[in-house]
Design a protein. Structure first.
Length: 381
């Protein structure tokens, strides 16, 4: 396909595709899917070889969030029967993080529910970061605590944080449809605060919320402009008890197209397969490694993931290798520049309606997390 040859050439030059080209990727047929994966895989391998970075989530505070994000099982008014607990002590969080590191994780992601941290919360997380670094000096630590106030990013950086995550989630035009307690601009502001403080910015999206192809392209292009080092691609986990519980819009093929489009738009960025891969990609997960160079190991915030051992076997069986702590994730031009998506200079489009459901919802694949942080059971790593 001329489209795919063009996209590969642009990806190797770090040149942005057009919106029309990005939409055309999402509009490709199932018969063309392997060609799309192969093309995006060339771009992935050019910038990241066959390495897969492993990340491990530690949910520092679960549930009881005052925000009304429709997709979230921890939201205000959620009836999802998830684990609920207040802040883990630094020692407890460090112990949970150590399980992920021993399982092969290079980065630990510390997440807490809520609108944003108080200064006392920042102190608490700073103690946790120091405790983790004392045990594992080489591990990367990313904080995800919600909207940041002035000076908080700098304090996290001083405590030893390497990165900060705050996702855009969806397009600016539809953001108000999924959340009313804060704005899209609030999220952009927090990512910019992380950038300004010298933290590696991590910001991504959630697919499968009923959005159109145009919405997906809008948010990925916005992420390219925002210039994070990491772009997590989440696939909605439709928890019972949340407003989006009936949104089963994704197929494995659709997920692969979304990952491919993200790789073409942000060719030299760490693209991470995040929440929902087991639910929506299912047996197609190994193919997704040809598009993304990063995954989460083990469980997620409120749902269980694939067994950590199975993740490692999948990576090896697919011909990839786990990225070591002595290896730099980002390409040289980004690592030395302290981040950036590369050049910002400079196929038929698909429709604007969400993809139709083609199968029965797989609610059997959504398992509430009952182990690891906040419980007496061993973590999945």
């Amino acid at each position: 396909m001329d489209l795919l040859n063009t996209l590969v050439d642009k990806g190797l030059r770090r040149e942005s595709p057009t919106r029309e080209e990005a939409l055309a990727v999402l509009a490709t047929s199932d018969d063309e899917l392997l060609d799309v994966v192969a093309a995006a895989g060339k771009v992935r391998r050019h910038w990241f070889g066959r390495r897969v970075k492993l990340n491990y989530l530690v949910n520092l505070k679960s549930g009881l969030c005052p925000e009304d994000c429709s997709y979230c099982s921890q939201r205000l008014g959620s009836k999802a029967e998830i684990l609920k607990y207040t802040w883990l002590k630094p020692g407890e969080a460090s112990e949970a993080a150590a399980a992920g590191v021993s399982g092969g994780a290079k980065r630990v992601c510390l997440v807490a529910s809520g609108r944003g941290p108080t200064d006392r919360d920042v102190d608490r997380v700073s103690e946790t970061i120091k405790a983790i670094k004392e045990q594992n000096e080489s591990v990367e630590v990313c904080a995800c605590l919600g909207l940041l106030s002035d000076g908080q990013a700098e304090r996290l950086r001083e405590a030893g944080a390497d990165a900060y995550n705050h996702n855009l989630n969806t397009s600016e035009s539809t953001y108000g449809d999924i959340t009313t307690t804060h704005t899209y601009a609030d999220r952009v502001d927090t990512v910019q605060k992380a950038h300004a403080a010298g933290l590696s910015a991590c910001s991504g999206l959630i697919a499968g919320m009923g959005e159109s192809d145009e919405d997906l392209v809008d948010v990925v292009f916005s992420l390219r402009e925002l210039d994070p080092d990491s772009v997590p691609v989440n696939f909605l986990i439709p928890f019972e008890g949340t407003p989006l519980a009936k949104e089963w819009n994704l197929t494995p093929q659709r997920c692969l197209r979304i990952l491919a489009m993200t790789r073409f738009v942000c060719p030299d960025v760490e693209v991470r397969i995040a929440g929902g891969r087991e639910v929506h990609l299912r047996t197609m997960q190994p193919l997704a490694l040809h598009l993304a160079n990063s995954i989460f190991l083990g469980d997620y915030l409120t749902s269980e993931g694939q067994a950590g051992k199975a993740d490692l076997e999948m990576i090896a069986d697919a011909g990839f290798e786990v990225e070591g702590t002595d290896q730099v994730t980002l390409p040289g031009h980004r690592a030395t520049a302290g981040g950036g998506c590369g050049s910002h200079e400079g196929g038929g489009a698909c429709g604007s309606t969400p993809a139709a459901r083609t199968e029965e919802p797989r609610t059997d694949l959504v398992a509430v997390r009952r182990r690891g942080a906040g419980t007496d059971l061993a973590p999945n790593a």
